[in-house]
Design a protein around this ligand. Structure first.
Ligand SMILES: [Zn+2]
Length: 297
């Protein structure tokens, strides 16, 4: 009996990968969780073959097939090494593809460990412009690129890469396992967060259009690049409404010649007070959208 208990305990402690439970689907922002304050790492099986891996405050997905693994954003060298170990607990198949969700360094560094295993690196072609203009020692350049929607087929599974044009950056893709109602929407929607408004290639109007298109995909759940593991697809709608309120609110304030220091207070954001970032990100958002309306960029 003692050995049985020890065995069960050992199996429990060694099983780092857990299937998604109701607790992993967050219907609202957890009051105790700061999106960038998370520590450690965790892998969750979202649905058969689809996993999400979190390292600190950063999250990706990987897809396990009989013929190999399609991994995404390696995050950084340390995270990539942990992710490789996590994948090895699930399958003895190697990572055959590594797909970048977009070009930002907080998600795409550290891929060399998978390159050494023979993985083919894939991104939207516009990411290469940024990687070339602004190289990083820990960045593996893509082997294959694409310019519009793209598919990766492996072991009977298809990972769809959906490109909607400039938004959070100019090379973001939404990822979806064909037939699934779960989207990986890195940095296009960070559940229960305002998002950043200050990226150099950020297009606020483009992101609004993208969110509208994403809302038509028939998804039920989404995985963001930061924060909670899984959120309802209604977060797309909320993010659209928040961004639309900011875009129209700043425009109306400018048209009314509202002093810059009073623009934020002139916008009714009471519906979004629960979002993280309303204190530190909001003034930057306002500035960015102000330039979008007045400078054309
Ligand atoms: Zn980003």
């Amino acid at each position: 009996m003692r050995h049985l208990v020890q065995f069960i305990l050992a199996v429990t402690l060694c099983t780092a990968v857990t299937p998604a439970s109701a607790q992993d689907v967050y219907e609202r922002k957890p009051p105790y969780m700061s999106i960038f304050g998370l520590r450690g790492y965790k892998t969750i099986e979202v649905e058969p073959g689809l996993y999400t891996f979190r390292y600190g405050g950063f999250r990706n997905i990987f897809v396990v097939t009989d013929d190999g693994v399609i991994a995404t954003d390696p995050i950084n060298p340390t995270a990539a090494a942990v992710m490789r170990e996590e994948i090895a607990k699930i399958t003895n198949q190697p990572v055959k593809y590594l797909v970048y969700s977009h070009w930002h360094w907080d998600h795409v560094l550290g891929g060399q460990i998978f390159k050494d295993d023979g993985a083919t690196f894939v991104s939207h072609e516009k990411c290469v412009d940024h990687f070339t203009f602004n190289p990083h020692a820990d960045l593996v350049m893509p082997d294959e690129t694409f310019s519009s929607n793209h598919e990766i087929k492996l072991g009977g599974t298809t990972l769809e890469l959906l490109y909607f044009g400039p938004n959070h950056s100019d090379c973001n893709v939404v990822m979806r396992v064909k037939g699934s109602k779960v989207l990986f929407v890195n940095d296009l929607v960070t559940p229960y967060y305002t998002g950043f408004g200050t990226m150099p290639d950020y297009d606020p109007g483009g992101l609004r259009d993208t969110l509208a298109e994403m809302g038509k995909l028939g998804a039920e759940r989404l995985i963001g690049g930061h924060g909670v593991p899984i959120a309802p697809a209604s977060q797309i709608t909320e993010q659209y409404a928040f961004l639309n309120t900011m875009l129209t609110g700043v425009k109306q304030a400018l048209d009314a010649r509202t002093p810059r220091s009073e623009i934020l207070a002139s916008i009714d954001l009471s519906a979004y007070e629960h979002l993280e970032g309303m204190e530190d990100q909001l003034p930057r958002f306002m500035e960015r959208i102000l330039f979008y309306h007045t400078m054309g960029w």
